[in-house]
Design a protein around this ligand. Sequence first.
Ligand code: PMP
Ligand code: GLN
Length: 394
Amino acid sequence: MREPLIARMREFGTTVFAEMTALAVRTGSINLGQGFPDTDGPPGMLARAVEAIGGGFNQYPPGPGVPALREAVAWHRKEHYGLDYDPDGEVLVTVGATEAVATSVLALCEPGDEVIVFEPFYDSYAAAISLAGAVRKAVTLRPDAGRFAFDPDELRAAVGPRTRAILVNSPHNPTGTVFTRAELSAIAEVCREHDLIAISDEVYEHLTFDGVEHIPIATLPGMRERTVMISSAGKTFSVTGWKTGWICAPPALTSAVQTVKQFVTFTAGAPWQLAVAHALRHEQPWVADLRLALQGKRDRLMTGLAAAGFEVLRPSGTYFVQTDIRPLGFTDGLALTRELPSLAGVVAIPTQVFYDRPERGRHFVRFAFCKRDEIIEEAAARLATLGEAARGER
Ligand code: PMP
Ligand code: GLN
Protein backbone atom coordinates (compact mmCIF):
# COMPACT_ATOMS: atom_id res chain seq x y z
CA MET A 1 0.00 0.00 0.00
CA ARG A 2 1.09 3.55 -0.61
CA GLU A 3 2.37 5.38 2.50
CA PRO A 4 -0.97 6.58 3.94
CA LEU A 5 0.12 9.94 5.35
CA ILE A 6 0.42 12.74 2.81
CA ALA A 7 4.03 13.69 2.16
CA ARG A 8 3.83 17.19 3.56
CA MET A 9 2.71 15.92 6.98
CA ARG A 10 5.35 13.22 7.35
CA GLU A 11 7.77 15.39 9.25
CA PHE A 12 5.16 15.68 12.01
CA GLY A 13 5.09 12.66 14.30
CA THR A 14 3.38 12.70 17.68
CA THR A 15 3.41 16.15 19.29
CA VAL A 16 6.12 16.70 21.86
CA PHE A 17 3.38 17.50 24.41
CA ALA A 18 1.72 14.10 24.00
CA GLU A 19 5.10 12.36 24.08
CA MET A 20 6.24 14.10 27.25
CA THR A 21 2.92 13.75 29.08
CA ALA A 22 2.95 10.02 28.28
CA LEU A 23 6.50 9.88 29.65
CA ALA A 24 5.37 11.60 32.86
CA VAL A 25 2.46 9.18 33.30
CA ARG A 26 4.62 6.13 32.52
CA THR A 27 7.35 7.13 34.99
CA GLY A 28 5.16 8.76 37.65
CA SER A 29 7.13 12.00 37.22
CA ILE A 30 6.00 15.54 37.96
CA ASN A 31 4.76 16.93 34.66
CA LEU A 32 6.19 20.39 34.05
CA GLY A 33 6.08 19.63 30.32
CA GLN A 34 2.68 20.11 28.72
CA GLY A 35 1.19 23.44 29.79
CA PHE A 36 -2.09 22.82 31.55
CA PRO A 37 -3.12 24.09 34.99
CA ASP A 38 -3.72 21.58 37.78
CA THR A 39 -6.48 23.69 39.35
CA ASP A 40 -9.91 24.63 37.99
CA GLY A 41 -11.29 27.77 36.42
CA PRO A 42 -13.68 30.20 38.16
CA PRO A 43 -16.45 28.31 40.02
CA GLY A 44 -19.14 30.70 38.69
CA MET A 45 -18.14 29.82 35.13
CA LEU A 46 -18.08 26.08 35.84
CA ALA A 47 -21.57 26.35 37.36
CA ARG A 48 -22.82 28.10 34.20
CA ALA A 49 -21.63 25.20 32.07
CA VAL A 50 -23.43 22.69 34.30
CA GLU A 51 -26.58 24.84 34.19
CA ALA A 52 -26.37 25.08 30.42
CA ILE A 53 -26.17 21.29 30.09
CA GLY A 54 -29.02 20.76 32.60
CA GLY A 55 -31.03 23.46 30.87
CA GLY A 56 -30.99 21.65 27.53
CA PHE A 57 -28.42 23.83 25.77
CA ASN A 58 -26.97 20.82 24.02
CA GLN A 59 -27.59 21.07 20.28
CA TYR A 60 -25.51 22.67 17.53
CA PRO A 61 -24.82 26.31 18.30
CA PRO A 62 -24.83 28.70 15.29
CA GLY A 63 -21.76 28.40 13.03
CA PRO A 64 -20.18 31.73 14.02
CA GLY A 65 -20.78 30.98 17.72
CA VAL A 66 -23.49 31.58 20.34
CA PRO A 67 -24.60 35.25 20.10
CA ALA A 68 -24.10 35.77 23.86
CA LEU A 69 -20.43 34.77 23.51
CA ARG A 70 -19.82 36.85 20.40
CA GLU A 71 -21.36 39.85 22.15
CA ALA A 72 -19.27 39.23 25.28
CA VAL A 73 -16.10 38.95 23.17
CA ALA A 74 -16.85 42.25 21.42
CA TRP A 75 -17.62 43.93 24.75
CA HIS A 76 -14.40 42.57 26.25
CA ARG A 77 -12.22 43.74 23.29
CA LYS A 78 -13.65 47.24 23.68
CA GLU A 79 -13.30 47.24 27.46
CA HIS A 80 -9.69 46.00 27.51
CA TYR A 81 -8.17 47.30 24.34
CA GLY A 82 -10.52 49.97 23.00
CA LEU A 83 -11.02 47.85 19.88
CA ASP A 84 -14.44 47.81 18.20
CA TYR A 85 -15.52 44.50 16.69
CA ASP A 86 -19.03 43.79 15.44
CA PRO A 87 -20.29 40.58 17.10
CA ASP A 88 -22.12 39.86 13.82
CA GLY A 89 -19.43 39.36 11.21
CA GLU A 90 -16.22 40.23 13.03
CA VAL A 91 -16.16 37.55 15.74
CA LEU A 92 -15.95 33.82 15.07
CA VAL A 93 -15.93 31.21 17.83
CA THR A 94 -13.50 28.33 17.20
CA VAL A 95 -12.49 25.02 18.74
CA GLY A 96 -9.68 26.56 20.76
CA ALA A 97 -6.90 28.69 19.38
CA THR A 98 -5.55 25.64 17.57
CA GLU A 99 -8.49 25.57 15.18
CA ALA A 100 -8.37 29.34 14.88
CA VAL A 101 -4.73 29.25 13.76
CA ALA A 102 -5.18 26.27 11.45
CA THR A 103 -8.31 27.55 9.73
CA SER A 104 -6.84 31.05 9.40
CA VAL A 105 -3.76 29.71 7.64
CA LEU A 106 -5.84 27.34 5.49
CA ALA A 107 -8.28 30.08 4.55
CA LEU A 108 -5.78 32.84 3.84
CA CYS A 109 -2.73 31.14 2.32
CA GLU A 110 -2.47 29.67 -1.17
CA PRO A 111 -0.08 26.77 -1.79
CA GLY A 112 3.39 28.24 -2.18
CA ASP A 113 2.62 31.36 -0.15
CA GLU A 114 5.13 32.05 2.60
CA VAL A 115 4.29 32.58 6.26
CA ILE A 116 6.81 34.13 8.64
CA VAL A 117 7.02 32.61 12.12
CA PHE A 118 9.23 33.42 15.07
CA GLU A 119 11.27 30.40 16.15
CA PRO A 120 11.06 28.72 18.57
CA PHE A 121 7.39 28.51 17.45
CA TYR A 122 4.35 26.74 18.87
CA ASP A 123 4.27 23.35 17.17
CA SER A 124 0.84 23.58 15.54
CA TYR A 125 1.94 26.56 13.41
CA ALA A 126 4.33 24.46 11.36
CA ALA A 127 1.72 21.77 10.81
CA ALA A 128 -0.98 24.29 9.82
CA ILE A 129 1.35 25.94 7.32
CA SER A 130 2.31 22.58 5.82
CA LEU A 131 -1.33 21.47 5.60
CA ALA A 132 -2.06 24.60 3.60
CA GLY A 133 0.82 23.76 1.26
CA ALA A 134 2.38 27.04 2.31
CA VAL A 135 6.02 27.56 3.26
CA ARG A 136 7.30 28.76 6.62
CA LYS A 137 10.12 31.24 7.01
CA ALA A 138 11.50 31.36 10.52
CA VAL A 139 12.95 34.43 12.19
CA THR A 140 14.93 33.45 15.27
CA LEU A 141 14.32 34.83 18.76
CA ARG A 142 17.62 34.91 20.63
CA PRO A 143 18.41 35.68 24.27
CA ASP A 144 19.32 39.34 24.55
CA ALA A 145 19.61 41.07 27.91
CA GLY A 146 17.75 38.24 29.65
CA ARG A 147 14.82 37.87 27.23
CA PHE A 148 14.28 36.36 23.81
CA ALA A 149 14.11 38.99 21.06
CA PHE A 150 14.34 39.22 17.26
CA ASP A 151 16.47 41.35 15.00
CA PRO A 152 14.17 43.60 12.91
CA ASP A 153 16.63 43.38 10.00
CA GLU A 154 16.27 39.61 10.04
CA LEU A 155 12.49 40.03 9.93
CA ARG A 156 12.69 42.40 6.98
CA ALA A 157 15.07 40.03 5.20
CA ALA A 158 12.59 37.16 5.60
CA VAL A 159 9.97 38.92 3.45
CA GLY A 160 9.81 37.96 -0.21
CA PRO A 161 7.37 38.27 -3.12
CA ARG A 162 5.38 35.22 -1.93
CA THR A 163 5.06 36.30 1.71
CA ARG A 164 1.41 36.36 2.71
CA ALA A 165 1.30 36.52 6.49
CA ILE A 166 3.25 36.86 9.71
CA LEU A 167 2.22 34.53 12.51
CA VAL A 168 2.72 36.64 15.61
CA ASN A 169 2.54 35.14 19.09
CA SER A 170 2.81 37.47 22.05
CA PRO A 171 3.00 36.64 24.92
CA HIS A 172 5.18 34.05 23.27
CA ASN A 173 5.18 30.33 23.87
CA PRO A 174 7.70 28.79 24.50
CA THR A 175 9.98 31.73 25.45
CA GLY A 176 7.71 33.84 27.69
CA THR A 177 8.64 37.00 25.79
CA VAL A 178 6.00 39.73 25.63
CA PHE A 179 6.73 41.84 22.57
CA THR A 180 7.28 45.52 23.33
CA ARG A 181 5.52 48.29 21.46
CA ALA A 182 8.75 48.85 19.50
CA GLU A 183 8.91 45.19 18.48
CA LEU A 184 5.25 45.13 17.48
CA SER A 185 5.73 48.37 15.54
CA ALA A 186 8.57 46.77 13.58
CA ILE A 187 6.28 43.84 12.70
CA ALA A 188 3.40 46.18 11.86
CA GLU A 189 5.60 48.26 9.60
CA VAL A 190 6.59 45.17 7.62
CA CYS A 191 2.93 44.11 7.36
CA ARG A 192 1.82 47.51 6.08
CA GLU A 193 4.71 47.93 3.70
CA HIS A 194 4.28 44.50 2.07
CA ASP A 195 0.50 44.20 2.45
CA LEU A 196 0.73 41.19 4.78
CA ILE A 197 -1.82 39.73 7.17
CA ALA A 198 -0.94 39.38 10.86
CA ILE A 199 -2.29 36.15 12.30
CA SER A 200 -1.90 37.05 15.94
CA ASP A 201 -2.06 34.28 18.53
CA GLU A 202 -2.75 36.06 21.82
CA VAL A 203 -3.84 33.14 23.98
CA TYR A 204 -1.70 34.36 26.91
CA GLU A 205 -2.99 37.94 26.62
CA HIS A 206 -3.92 38.12 30.31
CA LEU A 207 -1.01 36.13 31.70
CA THR A 208 1.69 38.80 31.96
CA PHE A 209 3.86 39.73 34.96
CA ASP A 210 5.78 42.53 36.65
CA GLY A 211 3.37 45.14 35.33
CA VAL A 212 4.19 44.26 31.70
CA GLU A 213 1.04 44.78 29.63
CA HIS A 214 0.07 42.84 26.54
CA ILE A 215 -0.41 45.05 23.47
CA PRO A 216 -2.63 43.59 20.72
CA ILE A 217 -1.01 44.26 17.34
CA ALA A 218 -4.45 45.22 16.01
CA THR A 219 -4.26 48.40 18.11
CA LEU A 220 -1.27 49.68 16.10
CA PRO A 221 -1.88 52.10 13.22
CA GLY A 222 -3.20 50.41 10.08
CA MET A 223 -3.25 46.98 11.68
CA ARG A 224 -6.86 46.32 12.67
CA GLU A 225 -7.80 45.91 9.01
CA ARG A 226 -5.12 43.28 8.41
CA THR A 227 -5.07 41.34 11.68
CA VAL A 228 -6.73 38.11 12.74
CA MET A 229 -6.63 38.30 16.53
CA ILE A 230 -6.86 34.93 18.30
CA SER A 231 -7.79 34.20 21.93
CA SER A 232 -8.56 31.12 24.01
CA ALA A 233 -10.69 30.61 27.12
CA GLY A 234 -8.46 27.62 27.85
CA LYS A 235 -5.62 29.85 29.01
CA THR A 236 -7.57 32.83 30.32
CA PHE A 237 -9.89 30.74 32.50
CA SER A 238 -7.78 27.61 33.10
CA VAL A 239 -10.04 25.26 31.13
CA THR A 240 -7.72 23.88 28.46
CA GLY A 241 -10.06 20.91 27.98
CA TRP A 242 -12.97 23.10 26.90
CA LYS A 243 -11.24 24.05 23.65
CA THR A 244 -13.16 27.27 23.25
CA GLY A 245 -11.44 30.09 21.40
CA TRP A 246 -12.30 32.84 18.97
CA ILE A 247 -10.99 35.18 16.32
CA CYS A 248 -11.71 38.87 15.90
CA ALA A 249 -11.02 40.28 12.44
CA PRO A 250 -12.53 42.52 9.77
CA PRO A 251 -15.51 41.01 7.90
CA ALA A 252 -13.63 39.78 4.82
CA LEU A 253 -11.03 37.94 6.91
CA THR A 254 -13.61 36.55 9.35
CA SER A 255 -15.78 35.34 6.51
CA ALA A 256 -12.81 33.65 4.81
CA VAL A 257 -11.89 31.81 8.00
CA GLN A 258 -15.51 30.83 8.62
CA THR A 259 -15.78 29.39 5.12
CA VAL A 260 -13.04 26.90 6.02
CA LYS A 261 -14.05 26.41 9.63
CA GLN A 262 -17.61 25.39 8.77
CA PHE A 263 -16.29 22.29 6.97
CA VAL A 264 -13.76 21.38 9.64
CA THR A 265 -15.94 21.40 12.76
CA PHE A 266 -18.88 23.62 11.72
CA THR A 267 -19.35 24.48 15.38
CA ALA A 268 -18.70 23.07 18.87
CA GLY A 269 -19.14 23.29 22.62
CA ALA A 270 -22.55 24.95 23.12
CA PRO A 271 -22.50 24.77 26.96
CA TRP A 272 -18.91 26.03 27.20
CA GLN A 273 -19.72 28.93 24.94
CA LEU A 274 -22.45 30.15 27.30
CA ALA A 275 -20.21 29.71 30.33
CA VAL A 276 -17.32 31.60 28.73
CA ALA A 277 -19.69 34.43 27.77
CA HIS A 278 -20.47 34.77 31.46
CA ALA A 279 -16.81 34.60 32.44
CA LEU A 280 -15.67 37.33 30.02
CA ARG A 281 -18.14 39.74 31.58
CA HIS A 282 -17.95 38.71 35.23
CA GLU A 283 -14.77 36.83 36.06
CA GLN A 284 -12.09 39.45 35.42
CA PRO A 285 -11.21 39.66 39.15
CA TRP A 286 -10.58 35.91 39.05
CA VAL A 287 -8.25 36.40 36.07
CA ALA A 288 -6.39 39.17 37.93
CA ASP A 289 -5.86 36.76 40.83
CA LEU A 290 -4.66 34.04 38.45
CA ARG A 291 -2.12 36.40 36.98
CA LEU A 292 -0.76 37.32 40.41
CA ALA A 293 -0.69 33.72 41.53
CA LEU A 294 1.18 32.73 38.36
CA GLN A 295 3.74 35.45 38.93
CA GLY A 296 4.43 33.93 42.36
CA LYS A 297 4.68 30.46 40.83
CA ARG A 298 7.07 31.76 38.19
CA ASP A 299 9.31 33.20 40.91
CA ARG A 300 9.12 30.00 42.94
CA LEU A 301 10.09 27.81 40.01
CA MET A 302 12.81 30.21 38.83
CA THR A 303 14.36 30.13 42.31
CA GLY A 304 14.30 26.33 42.32
CA LEU A 305 15.74 26.03 38.83
CA ALA A 306 18.52 28.51 39.56
CA ALA A 307 19.36 26.67 42.78
CA ALA A 308 19.52 23.43 40.79
CA GLY A 309 22.16 25.02 38.56
CA PHE A 310 20.22 26.07 35.44
CA GLU A 311 20.62 29.48 33.87
CA VAL A 312 17.07 30.82 34.00
CA LEU A 313 15.56 33.35 31.60
CA ARG A 314 12.81 35.40 33.22
CA PRO A 315 9.52 35.25 31.27
CA SER A 316 7.26 38.33 31.27
CA GLY A 317 4.22 36.29 30.26
CA THR A 318 2.75 32.79 29.59
CA TYR A 319 3.26 30.01 32.11
CA PHE A 320 6.59 28.78 30.82
CA VAL A 321 10.17 29.44 31.77
CA GLN A 322 13.21 28.77 29.60
CA THR A 323 16.43 27.44 31.03
CA ASP A 324 19.90 27.08 29.57
CA ILE A 325 21.18 23.65 30.60
CA ARG A 326 24.85 24.19 29.85
CA PRO A 327 25.90 25.42 33.33
CA LEU A 328 24.90 21.95 34.58
CA GLY A 329 27.20 20.32 32.07
CA PHE A 330 24.50 19.20 29.65
CA THR A 331 24.42 20.24 26.01
CA ASP A 332 21.39 18.56 24.42
CA GLY A 333 17.93 19.40 25.77
CA LEU A 334 16.23 16.54 23.94
CA ALA A 335 18.57 13.97 25.48
CA LEU A 336 18.23 15.62 28.89
CA THR A 337 14.40 15.74 28.88
CA ARG A 338 14.26 12.05 27.91
CA GLU A 339 16.56 11.29 30.87
CA LEU A 340 15.01 13.72 33.33
CA PRO A 341 12.39 11.28 34.70
CA SER A 342 15.12 8.84 35.77
CA LEU A 343 17.53 11.58 36.84
CA ALA A 344 15.04 13.66 38.84
CA GLY A 345 11.44 12.43 38.45
CA VAL A 346 10.46 15.54 36.49
CA VAL A 347 9.27 16.02 32.90
CA ALA A 348 10.02 19.14 30.81
CA ILE A 349 9.97 20.11 27.13
CA PRO A 350 13.06 20.28 24.88
CA THR A 351 12.87 23.69 23.23
CA GLN A 352 14.83 22.59 20.14
CA VAL A 353 11.75 20.84 18.69
CA PHE A 354 10.20 24.28 18.07
CA TYR A 355 12.96 25.41 15.70
CA ASP A 356 13.54 24.94 11.98
CA ARG A 357 17.20 25.16 12.96
CA PRO A 358 17.19 22.98 16.12
CA GLU A 359 20.86 23.65 16.80
CA ARG A 360 19.85 27.19 17.79
CA GLY A 361 17.74 25.85 20.66
CA ARG A 362 19.63 22.71 21.53
CA HIS A 363 20.64 23.89 24.99
CA PHE A 364 17.24 25.21 26.10
CA VAL A 365 14.61 23.34 28.11
CA ARG A 366 11.13 24.67 28.94
CA PHE A 367 9.43 24.16 32.30
CA ALA A 368 5.75 24.96 32.99
CA PHE A 369 4.77 26.66 36.25
CA CYS A 370 0.95 26.50 36.01
CA LYS A 371 0.96 24.00 38.87
CA ARG A 372 0.11 24.06 42.59
CA ASP A 373 2.84 25.56 44.77
CA GLU A 374 3.55 22.27 46.53
CA ILE A 375 4.10 20.56 43.17
CA ILE A 376 6.55 23.27 42.12
CA GLU A 377 8.37 22.95 45.46
CA GLU A 378 8.58 19.18 45.08
CA ALA A 379 9.87 19.51 41.52
CA ALA A 380 12.49 22.01 42.68
CA ALA A 381 13.59 19.67 45.48
CA ARG A 382 13.94 16.81 43.00
CA LEU A 383 15.85 18.94 40.50
CA ALA A 384 18.25 20.06 43.23
CA THR A 385 19.99 16.69 42.89
CA LEU A 386 20.57 17.17 39.18
CA GLY A 387 23.91 18.91 39.62
CA GLU A 388 25.21 15.81 41.40
CA ALA A 389 23.80 13.57 38.66
CA ALA A 390 25.45 15.74 36.02
CA ARG A 391 28.78 15.66 37.82
CA GLY A 392 28.50 11.90 38.21
CA GLU A 393 27.89 11.50 34.47
CA ARG A 394 30.91 13.47 33.46
N1 PMP B 1 -1.27 28.90 20.82
C1 PMP B 1 -0.36 28.85 21.80
C2 PMP B 1 0.77 29.80 21.79
C3 PMP B 1 -0.49 27.91 22.82
O1 PMP B 1 0.42 27.85 23.79
C4 PMP B 1 -1.58 27.03 22.79
C5 PMP B 1 -1.66 25.92 23.79
N2 PMP B 1 -2.15 26.01 24.75
C6 PMP B 1 -2.51 27.14 21.76
C7 PMP B 1 -2.32 28.07 20.80
C8 PMP B 1 -3.68 26.23 21.68
O2 PMP B 1 -4.77 26.74 22.36
P1 PMP B 1 -6.14 25.93 22.50
O3 PMP B 1 -5.92 24.91 23.55
O4 PMP B 1 -7.14 26.95 22.83
O5 PMP B 1 -6.39 25.28 21.18
N1 GLN C 1 -0.05 24.76 24.75
C1 GLN C 1 0.42 23.76 25.64
C2 GLN C 1 1.92 23.87 25.77
O1 GLN C 1 2.54 24.61 25.08
C3 GLN C 1 0.10 22.34 25.23
C4 GLN C 1 -0.86 22.16 24.12
C5 GLN C 1 -0.88 20.76 23.59
O2 GLN C 1 -0.76 19.79 24.30
N2 GLN C 1 -1.01 20.65 22.30
O3 GLN C 1 2.49 23.18 26.56
